[in-house]
Design a protein. Structure first.
Lengths: 233, 181
């Protein structure tokens, strides 16, 4: 019931906004059309006209009257023809590929134990004094950039859910956590964090290293990474 | 790159052409305003037309305010997505404000002008605003919003949740909420 009532207010607001926004846009569109028409007649604004021509070429030249259904039929028929012709020969290659893949996987697994996969190209670019990542990153995070700054290693982690993380690592100096942070229990360990509008932070020390993690939107983006660090995964 | 667009009927093709011819300049203008680059603006508008093409059935009147608002919401999103791709560094916003949960159930919306509504919605920020409008003005399901904005459904859910919380907070802070008698 509460959610429905809130939604009614939100619909009211969104509807009013769209009405006002649309009205302003229609006026702006009319003005722009008049201005462009005048400029075109006067031979001005060649750059804008070039953009229009480029857009026409990209979008409009591909507009056809063909029925979607007919195109799909043709594509399907062509696919069937290819399928019928290729299948007799495919079986010969499948078995060979399977064994090749198996050998390759064994080699890859051995290599992957040397460094976490998520380091990717950034592993080659690790500054000399930087602390390496010795734990598994959650599958949504990959290293985008790493730098070393006065004893602190800073990793910028790209998130596939667009909540990128900054991970700072430095030697544990035994300093007390910031008083403004709240103690949180995480998998049996105590970490310190805060969750605010567009700012999430967790920090803690483990195995002689102080970790500070920040992201913008969701504290859960940080907690899964914290668990991996704490559990030595 | 040239887009190849096919239509199942002449009326559908006519609708697309009307939208294209009527709004292409404004879309380019808006995209250029965000991207400051003509080639990127063309790419953003091309991408927007792909998404419009895929959602053509949702558009009834090509000259309605809701239609132009819908079209501009999409092109604004494609332009901002392109802009974000150009940026190399992660920018964390340290504008830390404590967020209170607020229950609107016990309150009613007082008189609020159209200008005030515009300010409120714009204050949601680009990401939350777009999902908020597509959800509540156009009543689109999460899956379709995800397709239009080129994000995951999970993302839509998260952003919508944040948008609701933020809007509730803005309504309270702005004094737009009246207590029920």
């Amino acid at each position: 019931m509460k959610e429905n009532r809130n939604d009614d207010i939100f619909r009211q607001i969104a509807g009013q906004y769209t009405e006002k926004f649309g009205e302003a846009l229609l006026e702006e569109n009319e003005q722009l059309t008049r201005v462009c028409a005048d400029a075109e007649m006067a031979g001005e604004d060649a750059a804008a006209e070039e953009m229009i021509r480029n857009l026409d070429h990209k979008v409009y030249s591909g507009v056809t009257k063909r029925r979607r259904g007919m195109v799909q039929m043709i594509v399907a028929a062509a696919a069937c023809l290819v399928f019928v012709m290729v299948i007799p020969f495919a079986g010969r290659f499948i078995q060979k590929d399977f064994y090749d893949t198996g050998n390759h996987m064994e080699e890859s697994t051995a290599k992957s134990e040397e460094l976490p996969d998520a380091m990717g190209d950034a592993a080659e670019a690790l500054p000399p004094a930087a602390m390496p990542i010795a734990f598994q990153l959650p599958e949504n995070l990959t290293v985008k950039q790493v730098k070393e700054d006065n004893g602190m290693t800073i990793y910028q982690l790209s998130d596939c859910y667009q909540d990128d993380v900054v991970l700072q690592m430095e030697e544990d100096r035994g300093e007390l956590p910031d008083q403004s942070l709240t103690a949180i229990e995480l998998d049996g360990s105590i970490v310190y964090g805060t969750s605010q509008d567009r700012y999430q932070k967790i920090c803690f020390s483990s195995s002689g290293v102080t970790y500070t993690l920040t992201c913008r939107y969701d504290i859960n983006t940080l907690t899964s990474l914290c668990k991996n660090i704490l559990n030595g995964l | 790159m040239i887009l190849i667009l096919t239509f199942s009927s002449q009326s559908e093709k006519d609708k697309f052409e009307q939208i294209y011819n009527k709004y292409k300049r404004l879309m380019l203008y808006k995209a250029y305003g965000i991207l400051k680059d003509s080639m990127l603006a063309e790419d953003a508008v091309s991408e927007a037309f792909i998404r419009i093409y895929k959602n053509l059935e949702k558009i009834e009147d090509t000259e309605a305010k809701q239609t132009v608002a819908f079209v501009m919401t999409i092109v604004r999103n494609t332009a901002i997505n392109l802009l974000n791709k150009q940026k190399k560094n992660v920018m964390l916003d340290f504008d830390a404000q404590q967020e209170d949960s607020f229950d609107l159930e016990q309150h009613v919306l007082g008189k609020i002008t159209a200008e005030q509504v515009t300010i409120l919605v714009e204050r949601l920020g680009d990401e939350m605003r777009d999902v908020f409008i597509l959800k509540y003005a156009y009543d689109l399901p999460h899956k379709e919003i995800a397709g239009l904005l080129s994000i995951t459904e999970n993302h839509v859910t998260v952003r919508l949740h944040r948008a609701r919380k933020r809007m509730a907070k803005l309504l309270v802070e702005g004094g737009y909420i009246d207590e029920r008698e």
